[in-house]
Design a protein around this ligand. Structure first.
Ligand code: AHR
Length: 305
Protein backbone atom coordinates (compact mmCIF):
# COMPACT_ATOMS: atom_id res chain seq x y z
CA UNK A 1 0.00 0.00 0.00
CA UNK A 2 2.95 2.39 0.03
CA UNK A 3 2.99 5.21 -2.46
CA UNK A 4 4.77 4.67 -5.76
CA UNK A 5 3.90 7.92 -7.50
CA UNK A 6 5.79 11.20 -7.19
CA UNK A 7 5.52 13.49 -4.20
CA UNK A 8 2.39 15.53 -3.75
CA UNK A 9 0.03 13.01 -5.35
CA UNK A 10 -2.76 11.38 -3.40
CA UNK A 11 -1.68 8.14 -1.81
CA UNK A 12 -4.22 5.81 -3.38
CA UNK A 13 -3.82 2.28 -2.12
CA UNK A 14 -2.19 0.95 -5.29
CA UNK A 15 -1.94 -2.69 -4.23
CA UNK A 16 -5.25 -2.86 -2.42
CA UNK A 17 -3.59 -2.80 1.01
CA UNK A 18 -3.87 0.39 3.01
CA UNK A 19 -0.73 1.17 4.95
CA UNK A 20 -1.72 3.30 7.93
CA UNK A 21 0.77 4.74 10.38
CA UNK A 22 -0.80 5.32 13.79
CA UNK A 23 0.88 7.29 16.57
CA UNK A 24 -0.77 6.56 19.90
CA UNK A 25 -0.53 8.84 22.95
CA UNK A 26 0.79 6.14 25.28
CA UNK A 27 -0.49 3.43 27.60
CA UNK A 28 -1.44 5.74 30.46
CA UNK A 29 -4.93 4.45 31.25
CA UNK A 30 -7.49 1.68 30.89
CA UNK A 31 -9.22 3.91 28.35
CA UNK A 32 -6.08 4.08 26.27
CA UNK A 33 -5.67 0.29 26.35
CA UNK A 34 -9.26 -0.13 25.10
CA UNK A 35 -8.68 2.48 22.39
CA UNK A 36 -5.48 0.76 21.20
CA UNK A 37 -7.27 -2.61 21.14
CA UNK A 38 -10.12 -1.18 19.08
CA UNK A 39 -7.67 0.20 16.51
CA UNK A 40 -5.58 -2.98 16.35
CA UNK A 41 -8.67 -5.22 16.17
CA UNK A 42 -10.20 -3.19 13.34
CA UNK A 43 -7.26 -2.21 11.14
CA UNK A 44 -6.38 -5.81 10.35
CA UNK A 45 -5.05 -7.55 7.24
CA UNK A 46 -8.49 -9.16 6.65
CA UNK A 47 -9.93 -5.67 6.67
CA UNK A 48 -7.39 -4.50 4.06
CA UNK A 49 -4.92 -2.74 6.35
CA UNK A 50 -1.23 -2.89 7.09
CA UNK A 51 -1.14 -1.08 10.47
CA UNK A 52 2.08 0.49 11.67
CA UNK A 53 1.62 1.34 15.34
CA UNK A 54 3.79 3.35 17.70
CA UNK A 55 3.39 4.40 21.35
CA UNK A 56 4.63 7.93 22.18
CA UNK A 57 4.72 7.45 25.96
CA UNK A 58 2.83 10.73 26.44
CA UNK A 59 5.62 12.75 24.77
CA UNK A 60 4.92 15.10 21.88
CA UNK A 61 8.48 14.83 20.53
CA UNK A 62 8.02 11.06 20.18
CA UNK A 63 4.82 11.60 18.22
CA UNK A 64 6.45 14.11 15.90
CA UNK A 65 9.28 11.64 15.30
CA UNK A 66 6.81 8.82 14.58
CA UNK A 67 4.86 10.98 12.12
CA UNK A 68 8.09 12.00 10.34
CA UNK A 69 9.05 8.36 10.05
CA UNK A 70 5.62 7.49 8.57
CA UNK A 71 6.11 10.32 6.05
CA UNK A 72 9.56 8.94 5.15
CA UNK A 73 8.01 5.47 4.68
CA UNK A 74 5.38 6.99 2.39
CA UNK A 75 2.46 5.33 4.15
CA UNK A 76 -0.98 5.83 2.60
CA UNK A 77 -2.53 7.52 5.65
CA UNK A 78 -1.31 8.86 8.98
CA UNK A 79 -3.60 8.83 12.00
CA UNK A 80 -2.79 10.00 15.50
CA UNK A 81 -4.20 11.07 18.81
CA UNK A 82 -2.27 14.24 19.70
CA UNK A 83 -0.91 14.17 23.25
CA UNK A 84 -1.25 17.97 23.54
CA UNK A 85 -3.26 20.49 21.49
CA UNK A 86 -0.56 22.88 20.28
CA UNK A 87 2.57 22.64 18.16
CA UNK A 88 1.49 20.46 15.23
CA UNK A 89 1.43 22.81 12.25
CA UNK A 90 4.98 22.15 11.00
CA UNK A 91 4.80 18.35 10.96
CA UNK A 92 1.23 18.37 9.59
CA UNK A 93 2.43 20.64 6.78
CA UNK A 94 5.20 18.14 6.03
CA UNK A 95 2.60 15.36 5.70
CA UNK A 96 0.45 17.57 3.48
CA UNK A 97 3.43 18.42 1.25
CA UNK A 98 4.14 14.69 0.92
CA UNK A 99 0.52 14.12 -0.17
CA UNK A 100 -0.28 11.94 2.85
CA UNK A 101 -3.73 12.52 4.38
CA UNK A 102 -3.92 12.82 8.17
CA UNK A 103 -6.86 11.74 10.35
CA UNK A 104 -7.10 12.80 13.99
CA UNK A 105 -8.61 10.42 16.52
CA UNK A 106 -9.70 11.08 20.11
CA UNK A 107 -7.94 14.43 20.71
CA UNK A 108 -7.95 17.67 18.71
CA UNK A 109 -5.16 19.96 17.56
CA UNK A 110 -5.71 23.70 17.91
CA UNK A 111 -4.36 24.52 14.42
CA UNK A 112 -6.16 27.34 12.60
CA UNK A 113 -5.48 25.65 9.25
CA UNK A 114 -8.12 22.94 8.95
CA UNK A 115 -6.73 21.76 5.62
CA UNK A 116 -3.85 20.13 7.54
CA UNK A 117 -6.09 17.15 8.39
CA UNK A 118 -9.04 15.39 6.77
CA UNK A 119 -11.21 14.60 9.75
CA UNK A 120 -11.29 14.52 13.55
CA UNK A 121 -13.10 11.55 15.14
CA UNK A 122 -13.71 11.75 18.88
CA UNK A 123 -15.85 12.70 21.86
CA UNK A 124 -16.97 16.18 22.84
CA UNK A 125 -14.82 16.69 25.95
CA UNK A 126 -16.46 19.99 26.94
CA UNK A 127 -19.82 18.22 26.98
CA UNK A 128 -18.36 15.42 29.11
CA UNK A 129 -17.16 17.96 31.69
CA UNK A 130 -20.55 19.68 31.60
CA UNK A 131 -22.41 16.41 32.15
CA UNK A 132 -20.20 15.69 35.17
CA UNK A 133 -20.70 19.19 36.54
CA UNK A 134 -24.45 19.21 35.95
CA UNK A 135 -24.88 16.00 37.90
CA UNK A 136 -22.71 17.37 40.74
CA UNK A 137 -24.80 20.55 40.86
CA UNK A 138 -28.08 18.59 40.83
CA UNK A 139 -26.98 16.23 43.60
CA UNK A 140 -24.95 18.45 45.86
CA UNK A 141 -25.96 22.10 45.45
CA UNK A 142 -26.81 23.66 48.81
CA UNK A 143 -24.31 21.52 50.75
CA UNK A 144 -21.43 23.99 50.45
CA UNK A 145 -19.19 21.27 49.00
CA UNK A 146 -15.46 21.83 48.65
CA UNK A 147 -14.16 20.03 45.57
CA UNK A 148 -10.70 19.07 44.34
CA UNK A 149 -9.91 18.39 40.72
CA UNK A 150 -7.50 15.84 39.27
CA UNK A 151 -6.67 17.18 35.84
CA UNK A 152 -5.52 15.17 32.85
CA UNK A 153 -2.21 15.75 31.09
CA UNK A 154 -1.37 19.46 30.98
CA UNK A 155 -2.11 20.91 27.56
CA UNK A 156 -4.17 17.88 26.40
CA UNK A 157 -7.54 18.63 24.83
CA UNK A 158 -9.48 16.43 27.30
CA UNK A 159 -7.84 18.17 30.29
CA UNK A 160 -8.53 21.68 28.98
CA UNK A 161 -12.07 20.94 27.82
CA UNK A 162 -13.28 18.83 30.76
CA UNK A 163 -12.06 21.50 33.19
CA UNK A 164 -13.93 24.21 31.26
CA UNK A 165 -17.10 22.15 30.94
CA UNK A 166 -17.19 21.18 34.61
CA UNK A 167 -16.49 24.73 35.83
CA UNK A 168 -19.22 26.23 33.67
CA UNK A 169 -21.77 23.63 34.80
CA UNK A 170 -21.15 24.17 38.54
CA UNK A 171 -20.91 27.97 38.18
CA UNK A 172 -24.45 28.55 39.45
CA UNK A 173 -24.10 26.18 42.42
CA UNK A 174 -22.33 26.55 45.76
CA UNK A 175 -19.75 23.86 44.91
CA UNK A 176 -16.30 25.40 45.10
CA UNK A 177 -13.11 23.99 43.57
CA UNK A 178 -10.48 24.53 46.28
CA UNK A 179 -7.55 22.81 44.54
CA UNK A 180 -6.76 21.51 41.07
CA UNK A 181 -3.64 19.73 39.81
CA UNK A 182 -2.60 17.38 37.05
CA UNK A 183 -2.40 13.64 37.68
CA UNK A 184 -1.40 12.99 34.06
CA UNK A 185 -4.30 10.56 33.47
CA UNK A 186 -2.52 7.79 35.45
CA UNK A 187 -3.62 5.85 38.53
CA UNK A 188 -0.25 6.30 40.27
CA UNK A 189 -0.21 10.08 39.87
CA UNK A 190 -3.90 10.34 40.76
CA UNK A 191 -3.05 8.65 44.05
CA UNK A 192 -0.03 10.86 44.77
CA UNK A 193 -1.84 14.09 43.98
CA UNK A 194 -4.83 13.04 46.10
CA UNK A 195 -2.48 12.29 49.02
CA UNK A 196 -1.19 15.86 48.68
CA UNK A 197 -4.74 17.25 48.61
CA UNK A 198 -5.65 15.27 51.75
CA UNK A 199 -2.58 16.58 53.55
CA UNK A 200 -3.27 20.17 52.55
CA UNK A 201 -7.04 20.32 53.19
CA UNK A 202 -9.17 18.94 56.06
CA UNK A 203 -12.53 19.32 54.46
CA UNK A 204 -12.67 17.81 50.98
CA UNK A 205 -16.21 16.72 50.02
CA UNK A 206 -15.87 15.95 46.34
CA UNK A 207 -13.27 14.80 43.79
CA UNK A 208 -13.68 15.50 40.10
CA UNK A 209 -11.15 13.34 38.23
CA UNK A 210 -10.69 13.83 34.48
CA UNK A 211 -10.50 10.04 34.07
CA UNK A 212 -11.35 6.81 35.87
CA UNK A 213 -7.74 5.84 36.50
CA UNK A 214 -6.96 9.00 38.48
CA UNK A 215 -10.22 8.50 40.38
CA UNK A 216 -9.15 4.93 41.19
CA UNK A 217 -5.82 6.28 42.46
CA UNK A 218 -7.73 8.82 44.59
CA UNK A 219 -9.80 5.96 46.07
CA UNK A 220 -6.58 4.30 47.27
CA UNK A 221 -5.39 7.56 48.87
CA UNK A 222 -8.76 8.17 50.56
CA UNK A 223 -8.91 4.62 51.96
CA UNK A 224 -5.30 4.88 53.16
CA UNK A 225 -6.31 8.05 55.03
CA UNK A 226 -9.03 6.07 56.83
CA UNK A 227 -12.01 7.50 54.96
CA UNK A 228 -14.68 5.88 52.83
CA UNK A 229 -14.64 6.87 49.14
CA UNK A 230 -18.11 7.48 47.74
CA UNK A 231 -19.42 8.42 51.21
CA UNK A 232 -17.03 10.66 53.15
CA UNK A 233 -15.69 12.00 49.88
CA UNK A 234 -17.82 11.78 46.74
CA UNK A 235 -16.11 10.99 43.44
CA UNK A 236 -17.05 11.83 39.86
CA UNK A 237 -14.92 10.62 36.95
CA UNK A 238 -14.91 10.34 33.15
CA UNK A 239 -14.35 7.29 30.87
CA UNK A 240 -16.55 4.43 32.17
CA UNK A 241 -13.95 1.70 31.62
CA UNK A 242 -14.47 -1.62 33.43
CA UNK A 243 -12.48 -0.84 36.59
CA UNK A 244 -14.21 2.50 36.96
CA UNK A 245 -17.64 0.98 36.40
CA UNK A 246 -16.89 -1.72 38.98
CA UNK A 247 -15.93 0.95 41.54
CA UNK A 248 -19.17 2.79 40.72
CA UNK A 249 -21.20 -0.40 41.16
CA UNK A 250 -19.38 -0.92 44.49
CA UNK A 251 -20.31 2.60 45.63
CA UNK A 252 -16.74 3.93 45.72
CA UNK A 253 -17.35 6.25 42.77
CA UNK A 254 -20.65 8.18 42.62
CA UNK A 255 -21.01 9.06 38.93
CA UNK A 256 -19.17 8.44 35.67
CA UNK A 257 -19.51 10.18 32.32
CA UNK A 258 -18.52 7.90 29.49
CA UNK A 259 -15.80 8.56 26.93
CA UNK A 260 -16.18 5.97 24.21
CA UNK A 261 -12.75 4.54 23.22
CA UNK A 262 -14.00 2.32 20.37
CA UNK A 263 -12.77 4.53 17.53
CA UNK A 264 -11.32 1.79 15.30
CA UNK A 265 -14.41 1.23 13.10
CA UNK A 266 -14.88 4.96 12.35
CA UNK A 267 -11.18 5.33 11.63
CA UNK A 268 -11.27 2.41 9.16
CA UNK A 269 -14.36 3.82 7.47
CA UNK A 270 -13.07 7.39 7.15
CA UNK A 271 -9.67 6.16 5.91
CA UNK A 272 -11.28 4.17 3.10
CA UNK A 273 -13.46 7.11 2.09
CA UNK A 274 -10.54 9.56 2.08
CA UNK A 275 -8.46 7.22 -0.10
CA UNK A 276 -11.41 6.76 -2.46
CA UNK A 277 -11.54 10.54 -2.88
CA UNK A 278 -14.95 10.83 -1.16
CA UNK A 279 -16.00 13.82 0.93
CA UNK A 280 -15.76 13.13 4.64
CA UNK A 281 -17.09 15.06 7.62
CA UNK A 282 -14.45 17.28 9.17
CA UNK A 283 -15.71 16.46 12.66
CA UNK A 284 -17.25 13.16 13.75
CA UNK A 285 -18.56 13.43 17.31
CA UNK A 286 -18.69 10.19 19.26
CA UNK A 287 -21.71 9.93 21.59
CA UNK A 288 -21.22 9.37 25.31
CA UNK A 289 -23.58 8.21 28.04
CA UNK A 290 -23.38 8.70 31.79
CA UNK A 291 -23.85 6.25 34.65
CA UNK A 292 -24.96 6.31 38.26
CA UNK A 293 -24.62 3.26 40.51
CA UNK A 294 -27.78 1.50 39.28
CA UNK A 295 -26.92 2.10 35.62
CA UNK A 296 -23.38 0.79 36.19
CA UNK A 297 -24.67 -2.42 37.75
CA UNK A 298 -26.94 -2.95 34.78
CA UNK A 299 -24.29 -2.15 32.15
CA UNK A 300 -21.33 -4.05 33.64
CA UNK A 301 -22.17 -7.62 32.53
CA UNK A 302 -22.22 -6.67 28.84
CA UNK A 303 -19.61 -3.91 28.91
CA UNK A 304 -17.08 -4.23 26.05
CA UNK A 305 -14.26 -2.31 27.70
O1 AHR B 1 -8.11 11.49 25.40
C1 AHR B 1 -8.94 10.66 26.15
C2 AHR B 1 -8.40 10.51 27.54
O2 AHR B 1 -7.08 10.02 27.51
C3 AHR B 1 -9.14 9.53 28.41
O3 AHR B 1 -10.24 10.07 29.04
C4 AHR B 1 -8.08 9.18 29.38
O4 AHR B 1 -8.35 8.08 30.19
C5 AHR B 1 -6.98 8.96 28.44
O5 AHR B 1 -5.76 8.82 29.01
Amino acid sequence: GTQTGGGGETNAADDGVITLGFSQVGAESGWRAANTKSIQDTLTAENGFDLKFSDAQQKQENQIQAIRSYIAQQVDVIAFSPVVETGWDAVLQEAKDAGIPVILTDRAVDSSDETLYESFIGSDFVLEGEMAGQWAAEQYDGEGYQAVELQGTTGAAPAIDRKDGFESAIAGSDIEIIDSQTGNFTRAEGKTVMEGFLNAHDDIDLVFAHNDDMGLGAIEAIEAAGMTPGEDIKIITIDAVKDGMQALADGKINYIVECNPLLGPDLADITKKVLAGEEVEKRIVVKDEAFDQAAAKEALPTREY
